[in-house]
Design a protein around this ligand. Structure first.
Ligand code: MOS
Length: 755
């Protein structure tokens, strides 16, 4: 496993993408397609008093108008961890309104323009009820997050409150983060087409098997009659992990008008129809000795959820494991608001939680006059302090060392406000990053073809993360072929099923099944060859035969060689194929059944019993702050990560950089603004919801330290999709404090907060 794995590779789908020939869901040509548009509620809480659909129905081209009055009854939606739904509440089943812009009607017409126009003719009146719009508004009703056993999910060890009270040095601060939306370039678009009782759905998804299981349960039809296709996804970050209510509604609309239907959410609807990252309020208390060693760590988080689901932004996920500390408290509370159900957004909980935790640690470092890196080293956890298990591998110290050196941390003058460049205040900040290793059961089929090429088939997803390329590399390595000889087919429920491409688990999980299936197909072909008198390999033992650079040969005599193609052709075989299912270490068959059914991927799947597995990293950044205008520029970013085996260095580094860019947005610009009077989102567009643009992003040096992990499955990969964003907001806030002496505990750090 060395020839090609871990080297930088260009994307195998790069050509398709830059030439525009990669087809996304909205671009799939389907004959006789009709167009559906949603009408959303203009109140966030209440009931529909009346919907007058007459003018809409009479408008040109209209094929159907669905409201709660004529909408067929759908089955229950089961959100994660039981099922694949983004929320449990299905709109258009009754007259209730629980959030702003909730689907109240679906207008289907022969063209998009006619559907859009006809939708404007609906006359809807509402009986309004009192709205709870934001975290702050809901706080008086805060309640503890409860687990499946009905008990609060609080984690406590030692005696945190007493240890905190008795500690020599204390930090007690509250940090807040706003609602954020994923805003992928590609909006969610569903194409639903029925052929008799068979349904085909094109939908950008991180989990086609999840979409299928949700459609089966909500429409009450057999999954065997449903095919879900998602070949290319134009960004996702969690909002396409679970299936949202527009998908079954589009399928129903297609059945009702008896034509294929395309339903494309508008950019504004991406703020209400799919999930978002919930706002957070986090109190962090640190109690320490004078030498910086943590005695007590208390982290209490509160986040808003919808009226019908308890879905937290779980900010305390990493708190119990990140630093050695005997006395710990980690709690989560929820408040009910008139928003749709929040969901995972890149490193959900880890990125928001680390903003508070890593800011607090920085505050402690200044209070004690200890270098922030040194403070973290003094609290380094040599084992997982939560589970008391050994780490499967951990390179955090090496990450601090290498990143600090490349960054030039030693040039930092320790006093805040002491570094300048012209009229700009210069600051340097750092933070720790970590993300848990999630592995899921996986399945794949690999086919060697008579032309000497190979085909990989599995219902994995490529969200832009590079899955096509990574799986081609893994198969090519196992088969002894070049990457260009491997074709990868993913994103289709007709292919072997897999778990969600979320939680940074995709490549690490599916890659194992691909590797094992490829090895099986290779070995089968070799066995055929060495048993065949016509083969130059005849009589060799299996151990003597190797495949490299598209040739099979005998190790001791490389002149005796042939190709897969020659073997297959001699037997008139079109292909030799192997299918494999792989389980993560310590997982059981039950976990495999859950993945095969497209219902779950975590239970019994991604927690290890004999070791604790996390990726770790160190984020270092430099900012320049305009002292007069409060404008912050991130001028340098240097980060090191230990993520086990890297499959494609180029794409993996891109993932880190993408995470850091998203973290720059989180730190400085991204914020969904909710009107407290009516729960209307005020900036539901890319003009006013500010994702970072090129000019906001400096040169980023994000790299991997060498790390071998013998425990996390046959690939030894820990996943790279999300760790890049963890710690970024804190590193930037810490650098801003270093530049200005101003501690901003409320994201995003916009200029007004610095003046
Ligand atoms: Mo990711 S937030 O697990 O899709």
């Amino acid at each position: 496993m060395n020839e090609i794995i871990g080297k930088p590779h260009d994307r195998v789908d790069g050509y398709l993408k830059v030439t525009g020939s990669a087809r996304y869901s909205a671009e799939i040509p389907v004959e006789n397609i009709a167009h559906a548009v949603f009408v959303g509620s203009t109140v966030a809480h209440g009931r529909i008093r009346d919907i007058d659909t007459r003018d809409t129905e009479r408008a040109p081209g209209v094929l159907g108008v669905l409201t709660y009055r004529n909408m067929p009854k759908l089955g229950v939606l089961e959100p994660f961890p039981v099922g694949a739904a983004g929320q449990s509440y299905m709109p258009m089943q009754d007259d209730h309104i629980y959030y702003m812009d909730q689907h109240v009607a679906l207008v289907v017409a022969d063209t998009l323009e006619r559907a859009t126009y006809a939708a404007t003719l609906l006359r809807i009146t509402y009986a309004k009820e009192k709205v709870v719009a934001t975290l702050t508004d809901g706080l008086p009703g805060a309640y503890p997050m409860k687990g499946p056993d009905g008990k609060p999910t609080d984690k406590v060890r030692g005696n945190p409150a007493r240890s905190f009270a008795g500690s020599a040095v204390q930090i007690d601060e509250t940090y807040t983060t706003p609602v954020e939306h994923h805003n992928p370039i590609e909006p969610h678009t569903t194409i639903a087409a029925w052929d008799g009782d068979k349904l085909t759905v094109y939908e950008p998804s991180q989990w086609v098997n999840g979409v299928r299981s949700l459609l089966a349960s909500s429409l009450n039809i057999s999954p065997k009659n449903i095919r879900v296709v998602s070949r290319f996804v134009g960004g996702a970050f969690g909002c396409k992990a679970f299936t949202h209510t527009h998908v079954p509604l589009a399928a129903v609309a297609a059945r009702e008008v008896n034509r294929p239907v395309k339903l494309q959410l508008t950019r504004a609807q991406l703020f209400s129809s799919v999930s978002h990252r919930a706002a957070t309020k986090q109190r962090v208390r640190l109690g320490a000795e004078r030498d910086g060693r943590l005695i007590a760590l208390l982290h209490d988080g509160t986040s808003p959820t919808s009226m019908f689901d308890d879905e937290p932004e779980a900010v305390t996920k990493i708190t119990p494991m990140l630093y050695a500390c005997k006395n710990l408290q980690a709690t989560l509370h929820l408040v009910k608001t008139n928003m749709n159900t929040p969901g995972p957004m890149r490193a959900p909980g880890e990125s928001t939680g680390s903003f508070a935790l890593e800011s607090a640690l920085d505050e402690l470092a200044y209070k004690l006059r200890i270098d922030p890196v040194e403070l973290r080293l003094r609290n380094h956890a040599d084992r997982d302090p939560e589970s008391n298990l050994p780490w499967s591998s951990k390179s955090l110290k090496e990450c601090y060392r290498q990143a600090a050196e490349k960054f030039g941390w030693s040039r930092r003058a320790s006093a805040p406000g002491s570094m300048r460049e012209g009229r700009h205040l210069v600051g340097m900040g750092m933070a720790t990053a970590t993300y848990p290793t999630h592995l899921s059961p996986a399945t794949a089929r690999v086919r060697l073809l008579a032309d000497g090429s190979a085909q990989v088939e599995c219902a994995a997803q490529d969200l832009g993360t590079g899955t096509y390329t990574a799986l081609a590399i893994i198969a090519a390595d196992a088969l002894g072929l070049s990457v260009s000889s491997v074709r990868v087919e993913i994103g289709d429920t007709n292919l072997p099923p897999n778990a969600v491409a979320g939680g940074s688990r995709g490549t690490a999980s599916v890659g194992q099944a691909v590797r094992e299936a490829a090895i099986a197909a290779r070995d089968e072909t070799l066995r055929i060859a060495i048993a065949d008198r016509r083969s130059p390999l005849y009589g060799a033992t299996e151990a003597d035969v190797v495949v490299e650079r598209n040739r099979i040969f005998i190790k001791s005599d490389a002149s005796k060689s042939e190709t897969y193609s020659e073997v297959l052709r001699r037997y008139n075989r079109t292909s030799i194929e192997a299918y494999r299912e792989t389980l993560p270490p310590e997982a059981d068959e039950r976990a495999m059944q859950l993945v095969l059914s497209g219902r779950d991927f975590e239970t019994g799947g991604s927690r290890f019993k004999r070791f604790s597995s996390h990726a770790f990293g160190a984020q270092f950044c430099e900012v320049q702050v305009d002292a007069d205008l409060g404008i912050v520029r991130v001028t340098r970013f240097v980060s090191a990560f230990g993520c086990g085996r890297i499959i494609n260095r180029k794409a993996a580094e891109s993932q880190l950089k993408g995470g850091i860019v998203m973290g720059i947005g989180m730190a400085l610009t991204e914020e969904t603004l909710v009107d407290r009077r009516n729960a209307r989102i005020m900036n539901a567009n890319l003009g006013e919801y500010h994702v970072p643009v090129n000019l906001d992003v400096p040169e980023i040096n994000a790299f991997f330290v060498d790390e071998v992990d013998p425990y996390v499955g046959s690939l030894g990969a820990k996943g790279v999709g999300e760790i890049g964003i963890v710690g970024v907001a804190a590193a930037i806030a810490n650098a801003i404090y270093h530049a200005t002496g101003k501690r901003i505990r409320d994201l995003p750090i916009t200029p007004d907060k610095l003046l």
